[in-house]
Design a protein around this ligand. Structure first.
Ligand code: 5AD
Ligand code: SF4
Length: 554
């Protein structure tokens, strides 16, 4: 029987990558995927626990499934990711509709868990038929790292099989068509323990993947047509691999199993250890995988960002001049309570240093910086907030993600500090900062007018897709738009523009600059442009987007 899976992802890019790996793994085992939850035999939610709001969405989805499961008792429901890890079996107690729980460090075990769940449900249903009673007992399949994820001794074995999940990444082209952009994990987990954050508890200790594995993965992606790679880590610039180790855990190297390594690393003059630093890794990927035309990385930690990294970014043209480096607050007192490990002065000093190395708008290579800010952290006063406002003005972010503090059980801030900033104050501060950042984003966009920037063309703009759908498929509800087999959104009725000789006119395409600014331009024959990098002269700026004219054809 072909099992159909519906998988919905909440939260960050790390989760998007996890979902992609899970999809590849299950597809290879014969599962099919559907975008329609009602048509699925398996409903999976890959969840996020960073803020309460994200968790609430999942609770309400699970609530809706209760009724459905009564009508479709064979349905298997799985909660993956951070909520599974954080709530553990308490989640099943609250929502007995859940059959499978799988933490983010256990995703390699998901196929076995699903198998188990199917078998158990089948047995329960058979039992129900035999005895004429309802199968109320929900037997569950559970894989969670528990506290083990922070015990380095036991981690090596677990990490090995998790490493296999990244390594065996399926490059089978999915329903969405060929991919030109991909995420590659370089570090799992986090060791920072910012007092508000659940990540160190749900994703476990910081573990760096072997550089050979990372480079190999990039090569395979490039061979499959990927031209843009984003390296992922919670504190990506902390990447450091000690050779002779299978994985590096908490600074403790685990024994390696006969892997030899060639080039791209240095020998530490003090310890004699051979190490690949983040700067080495960037240079290696850039040099060894020239087919990757854009190399980015997120998220950077503002401390420990050496000049060596900035020099590598400056000297390697295909590494994007884009940093996502959260400041979190503009008040030294709050930063200390957050356990961020730097002062506002040190943070701004880093931004200045990064700009001194990398901001070269005169040669068409500006540096853009994105940030994260939390407002309403416990004890935050109007004065603290005023300092955050001045940080945001001074930082001149291209964009900044602003969050209202959300107390997370299990974190130090939750245990030790009262969530004493009222929600309306949080909301007011959030809105004020959004308005200030919006003006700054506007200015950063307007600075691009008159410049020619390289644009990585991602697809037909959403506005264009809607327009095409309206013109061609009126009255048919949601419509999918595909170009050369590439899906551009929607479902139900697909229009393939390539086949549609009746619409040879220009279409609005969208893409991004190396600094992650969104650019729109008009062109005919979209399939020739998509997935390519083309120079576009910017003649207009609007809030968060730029409009221009291509200066050459692909
Ligand atoms: N409340 C609000 N925002 C949070 N973040 C992390 N934890 C919390 C929390 N408890 C934000 C931080 C981080 C981003 C991913 O989410 O700004 O950089
Ligand atoms: Fe959370 Fe801080 Fe680690 Fe980021 S660096 S994942 S905010 S603990």
């Amino acid at each position: 029987m072909k099992r159909k899976v519906y998988l919905e992802t909440f939260g960050c890019q790390m989760n998007e990558l996890d979902s992609e790996l899970v999809t590849g793994q299950l597809r290879a085992l014969g599962y099919h995927f559907t975008g329609d939850p009602d048509a699925a035999d398996v409903v999976l939610y890959n969840t996020c626990s960073v803020r309460e709001h994200a968790e609430q969405k999942v609770w309400s989805r699970l609530g809706e499934l209760r009724v459905r499961k009564r009508q479709q008792p064979g349905l298997v429901v799985g909660v993956l990711g951070c909520m599974a890890e954080r709530d553990g079996t308490a989640l099943i107690k609250r929502m007995p509709v859940v059959d499978v729980l799988c933490g983010p460090a256990e995703l390699d075990k998901l196929p076995a868990l699903l198998d188990n769940a199917f078998r158990t449900r089948a047995a329960l249903l058979a039992d129900e038929v035999d005895h004429g009673r309802a199968a109320t007992t929900s037997a569950s399949a559970v894989a969670l790292a528990g506290n083990a994820s922070r015990r380095s001794g036991t981690l090596a074995a677990a990490e090995d099989s998790l490493e296999m999940l990244d390594l065996s990444r399926s490059l089978r082209i999915g329903d969405e068509g060929p991919k030109t952009s991909a995420y590659v994990r370089i570090t799992r987990g986090c060791n920072k323990f910012c007092t508000y954050c659940v990540v160190p508890f749900t994703r476990g200790a910081e573990v760096h993947r072997p550089p050979d594995h990372i480079v190999e993965e990039c090569k395979r992606l490039a061979d499959a047509g990927v031209v843009e790679v984003t390296l992922l880590g919670q504190t990506v610039n902390h990447y450091r691999f000690e050779h002779g180790a299978a994985v590096t855990v908490n600074g403790v190297t685990q024994p390696q199993k006969g892997r030899s390594y060639t080039g791209g690393h240095r020998r530490d003059p003090f310890s004699g250890e051979s190490t690949t630093t983040f700067a080495d890794l960037l240079a290696r990927i850039h040099d060894e995988v020239p087919a990757i035309q854009r190399l980015r990385f997120v998220t950077s930690y503002p401390r420990d960002f050496g000049d060596d990294c900035l020099e590598v970014i400056r000297d390697h043209p295909r590494i994007c001049r884009y940093l996502h480096v959260p400041g979190q607050s503009g008040s030294d007192r709050i930063l200390k309570l957050m356990n961020r490990g730097y002062t506002v002065g040190e943070y701004l000093e880093f931004l200045d240093r990064a700009r001194a190395f990398l901001h070269q708008p005169e040669v068409g290579r500006p540096l853009t910086i994105a940030g994260d800010i939390i407002v309403g952290f416990p004890t935050e006063t109007d004065e603290d907030f005023a300092e955050t406002v001045s940080l945001v003005r001074r930082a001149r972010y291209k964009n900044c993600f602003i969050f209202k503090y959300s107390p997370r059980p299990g974190t130090t801030a939750f245990d030790r500090l009262v969530d004493d900033v009222p929600d309306d104050v949080k909301r007011r501060r959030n809105n004020e900062l959004l308005a200030i950042q919006s003006d700054i984003s506007d200015e950063v966009s307007r600075e691009q007018i008159g410049r020619t920037v390289d644009v990585f063309v991602e697809g037909v703009s959403r506005r264009e897709a809607k327009r095409q759908v309206r013109d061609k498929c009126s009255g048919q509800g949601t419509v999918g738009l595909t170009i050369g087999g590439r899906e551009l959104g929607g479902s139900a009725c697909a229009i393939d523009i390539e086949d549609d000789v009746a619409s040879p006119g220009p279409m609005q395409l969208s893409g991004r600059t190396d600094g992650d600014l969104i650019v729109f331009f008009e062109a005919k024959e979209p399939e020739r442009w998509i997935g390519r990098i083309v120079p576009v002269r910017i003649d207009r700026a609007e809030r968060l987007s730029l409009h221009g004219v291509p200066v050459s054809n692909p």
